[in-house]
Design a protein around this ligand. Structure first.
Ligand SMILES: Nc1ncnc2c1ncn2[C@@H]1O[C@H](COP(=O)(O)OP(=O)(O)O)[C@@H](O)[C@H]1O
Ligand SMILES: [Mg+2]
Length: 339
């Protein structure tokens, strides 16, 4: 079965312009050779620190950012370099939910109008009022009470529900959620995540779910891609993630997830990375993670590891010195034992 979305060796480089002539002197390599597949009906989680290229990837997939090179195939059809008409058709099928529903909704538009906007853009105006009310109901808002309200009259969680309704209006197959709950209170986060999961089951949606930490991703995603400085460091299955991670960077991210139990939380081991996050305008040589990796060697400074599938675990990993399963479990056991 071919993947719903197939991203091949995607690069997005932004020129850094300097001087009076504004000639590009260097490039910010926001995406530096990203390859990923997403199967229909699945959720691909993408995780990584701020600035690693997550939003650039999201914007490239929905057609808001022109890639420097590489291919993006949706249902086997390549639309990098596609014409305006093809892009228009594609965009209907791939929608995005943004981090901050307050800035992504027009403050002067009523909720009903915001949700109707994509329907108008695609001339799907027949039964529009009824359809918008259906959508409001689908995301748990009261169609009669909320149709005529402005964004500022809603809570953060309700505004995100409007953003979700708008994304659903054109019945897309793929929805990119770019940190959809990061700006919400913790208590509201779970409600929005549950809504997204219910909608996925009901409508057979495929998600790309972006976050800067693992707590929500590990709950939501079937597959998880870990990004660092414009590259995928590891791609692993949700189950593998529960009991084995092999990239030292994934391990450090995992160790930063707080335990819900306060006793466990106090006694757990945390892997603290040394040094600052390098700039994507001047990424380190070899493995981009080597400057902060506790396992790095001379080889990592000189050679770039490719993302390769480990046949035993099924994970894809770009690392010369992956963490062995036993080592990982030892850390995990220790955590449990100290508890
Ligand atoms: N339009 C742009 N022009 C120049 N640089 C950009 C632009 N968009 C993003 N960048 C840079 O690309 C890198 C990745 O950004 P982004 O994709 O927003 O990361 P993330 O979403 O993971 O925080 C950052 O260094 C950012 O400053
Ligand atoms: Mg972002």
């Amino acid at each position: 079965m071919s993947a719903l979305l197939d991203i091949k060796d995607l690069h997005v480089h932004f020129p850094v312009k300097k001087g009076i002539l504004q000639r590009p002197k260097s490039y910010v390599k926001a995406l530096n050779g990203v390859s990923l597949q997403v199967e229909k009906g699945e959720t691909l989680g993408i995780v990584g620190e701020s600035g690693c290229g997550k939003s650039t990837l999201a914007r490239s997939i929905v057609g808001l950012q022109q890639p420097t090179s590489g291919d993006i195939l949706l249902n086997g059809k390549n639309y990098s370099g596609a014409g305006a008409k093809e892009l228009y058709q594609m965009r209907r099928n791939v929608q995005m939910i943004f981090q901050d529903p307050y800035t992504s909704l027009n403050p002067r538009m009523k909720a009903g109008e915001s949700i109707a906007a994509p329907l108008k853009a695609y001339k799907k105006t027949e039964r529009m009022q009824t359809r918008v009310k259906e959508l409001l109901e689908l995301v748990g808002l009261n169609p009669d009470q909320h149709f005529d309200k402005y964004p500022h009259e809603f809570s953060g969680g309700q505004r995100q529900r409007i953003g979700i309704a708008r994304a659903l209006a054109l019945e897309p197959e793929l929805i990119i959620c770019d940190e959809p709950v990061s700006a919400l209170d913790v208590s509201v986060q779970a409600q929005v995540v549950n809504l997204l999961q219910d909608l996925q089951k009901l409508l057979g949606l495929t998600y790309i779910f972006i976050a800067h930490d693992l707590s929500v991703i590990s709950h939501m995603a079937d597959q998880i891609a870990v990004m660092y400085l414009g590259k995928v460091m590891e791609k692993l299955d949700h189950h593998a993630f529960q009991n084995q991670v092999s990239h030292p960077y994934t391990q450090s991210l995992l160790s930063a997830v707080p335990f819900p139990d306060p006793v466990m939380e106090r006694t757990r081991e945390r892997i603290v990375l040394s040094g600052e996050l390098p700039s994507p305008a001047n990424p380190p040589s070899g493995c981009v993670f080597h400057t902060r990796c506790p396992r790095s060697t001379d080889r990592c400074r000189q050679e770039t590891p490719a993302l390769i599938k480990n046949e035993t675990t099924g994970n894809e990993i770009a690392c010369f010195h992956p963490v062995e399963n036993e080592e990982y479990q030892a850390v995990d056991r220790e955590r449990v034992l100290t508890f």
